[in-house]
Design a protein around this ligand. Structure first.
Ligand code: ADE
Length: 246
């Protein structure tokens, strides 16, 4: 899978991709990541990427021309991206479902916004999807792009060694993950739950399933409406709701 990232801080992106799962996948040729410095697509001596906002107000706005040129260059040298993502707090909230959807595409371009935002006309000239990684304002889209590349890249077949762990993990069924334990069996007087050392596989599975549901109920109840629950889980949930109501 190909990623192209357009940014005014290429070192920030490269640094973020130097280590970890995505870095190894790039080394193995599973992910092809190219980083483009937006300033390389300016035409003036100062390599200007921003300008004052029409109508006044604070901050600067990213000029559309360098971004459009960067995208044209990507198309010429790397092929037409399947989708162009703009990272901004005005975007649709990024979810695991988006990560799954994007991971099935062969080529994703990511534009990192800076300053007060990008000239609105870019969105009219280029078909883009705008993504936010959460309801807070970062100083730029770079960290958000790294988040998206990580979440998407690790879903590409072969990138994560243990495919089962990707399928079983948090959010894949719309629930939070169950609690995990490793050795020692007793740490600071705290023992690992008996069921996990019982060797009883079916009981372990059932305990985990229940823990995932209870956790989601306690921490993120709004997720339950969209979760795929089986009969047993629905029964547990009813009981939890009854107990909760008192
Ligand atoms: N750029 C600034 N804040 C952002 C956010 N929350 N998500 C994506 N891009 C951003």
């Amino acid at each position: 899978m190909k990623f192209d990232i357009v940014t005014i801080f290429p070192r920030m992106i490269r640094g973020g991709l130097e280590e970890g799962v995505v870095a190894r996948a790039a080394d193995r040729g599973l992910l092809d990541v190219a980083v483009h410095d937006l300033r390389d697509f300016t035409t003036d001596r100062h390599r200007t990427v921003d300008d004052m906002p029409y109508g006044g107000g604070p901050g600067m706005v990213m000029k559309p021309e360098p971004l459009v040129r960067a995208l044209a260059s990507i198309r010429d040298s790397r092929g037409v991206p399947s989708t162009v993502v703009v990272l901004s707090p005005q975007g649709k909230p990024f979810t695991q479902a988006d990560a799954v959807r994007l991971s099935a595409l062969p080529h994703v371009a990511l534009l990192c916004g800076r300053y007060e935002g990008i000239d609105e006309r870019l969105r009219e000239l280029v078909d883009v999807e705008e993504i936010s990684i959460g309801d807070y304002v970062l100083s730029g889209g770079e960290l958000a792009a790294l988040v998206v590349i990580d979440a998407v890249g690790r879903l590409v077949p072969g990138v994560v060694g243990d495919a089962e762990s990707v399928v079983a993990e948090s959010f894949s069924r719309g629930l939070l993950d169950y609690p995990h334990y490793t050795r020692p069996a007793v740490f600071e007087g705290l023992a690992v739950p008996d069921v996990l050392v019982s060797g009883h596989h079916a009981e372990v599975q059932r305990w985990r399933k229940r823990q995932a549901l209870v956790r989601t109920f306690e921490r993120r109840p709004e997720l339950l409406a969209g979760a795929a629950l089986d009969d047993e889980e629905r029964q547990w949930l009813e009981d939890l709701q009854k107990t909760h109501r008192g």
